[in-house]
Design a protein around this ligand. Structure first.
Ligand code: A3P
Length: 279
């Protein structure tokens, strides 16, 4: 009998779409929910090929993908690509037709989420300053961020958690390489409030027959976020690091951040010809 083709070579396809960002906007939820569609094939971990592991080469990249069949769409998610200076050109060179999916969320909420993650990781290095002190204060004793230069509204625009929310700045780099019709923008807030609709639009963008339905989700009473309803009625929720409780942030600080982001959001909306109802 003829030897079977090496499965590693035959059955793994390069992604034709990538969830490129944005970190803490709901990228894991989107990927997990998309996988309800049996034709969506995606690796669990973030691959980081176009930023960290580029020198490992294309064969390595493909070896990270799960096996797939004709009619399947392979995708990956590495939200750090969004802010990577090298990723846009590399992806363009890799496949100029790549579909790019971007999850966007109110940048104020995103910043608090980012802070919550950072402070949970850094706990052993000593307590991080409060969110307020990082966003509009002196950042002391967190010397790794320069908070002596304030941007508009007295906000520390140089702090990563704030800076990443200036979405149009990063998106501009992508638009230098890819036409608008290769992008699909997901509202990270709607992904929480009404997941089926957001997921369906992505299925369509991927050229798939949509199969994900509202009845696939229920808000879990403990998790307080939508979870996937299993066949037996039990809930499959995202892991402990998704949907963390956020610190309560002082109202005046929230207001300043909102004012800071307002013109930035407007720039984004006109860039993508789409508006999100964030506050
Ligand atoms: P928080 O943990 O700060 O609430 P990402 O996967 O891109 O890092 O985004 C994480 C965020 O996804 C979470 O931030 C959470 O708010 C949001 N999210 C959206 N849908 C979710 C869901 N169904 N379960 C848990 N978190 C969800």
């Amino acid at each position: 009998a003829a030897a079977a083709a090496a499965p590693d070579a035959a059955d793994r396809k390069y992604p034709e779409a990538i969830i490129i960002g944005v970190k803490k906007a709901g990228t894991r939820a989107l990927l997990e929910f998309l996988r309800l569609n049996p034709h969506v094939k995606a690796p669990g971990p973030e691959v980081h090929f176009f930023d960290r592991h580029y020198e490992k080469g294309r064969d390595w990249y493909r070896s990270q993908m799960p096996e797939s069949q004709d009619g399947d769409v392979t995708i990956e998610k590495s939200p750090a690509y969004f802010i990577s200076k090298s990723a846009p050109a590399r992806i363009k060179e890799f496949n100029p037709k790549m579909k790019l999916i971007v999850v966007l969320r109110d940048p104020v909420t995103r910043a608090i989420s980012d802070y919550t993650q950072a402070s949970s990781k850094k706990r052993r290095l000593g307590q991080m300053p409060s969110f307020e002190r990082m966003a509009v204060g002196d950042c002391a004793p967190w010397s790794r961020v320069n908070c002596s230069v304030k941007t508009r509204e007295g906000v520390n625009g140089g702090w990563g958690a704030v800076r990443i929310g200036v979405y149009h700045k990063y998106l501009k780099r992508w638009l230098d390489h890819f036409p608008m019709d290769q992008f699909h923008f997901v509202d990270g807030q709607k992904l929480i409030d009404e997941p089926a609709g957001e997921v369906r639009r992505v299925e369509e963008f991927l050229g798939l027959q949509p199969v994900v339905r509202p009845s696939d989700f229920e808000v879990d009473s403990v998790k307080k976020f939508p979870c996937i309803v299993n066949g037996d009625g039990t809930h499959h929720c995202l892991g402990k690091t998704k949907g963390r409780p956020h610190p309560k942030v002082d109202e005046p600080v929230l207001k300043r951040l909102k004012r800071f982001y307002k013109p930035e959001n407007d720039k984004l909306f006109s860039m993508i010809h789409q508006k999100f109802e964030w506050n």
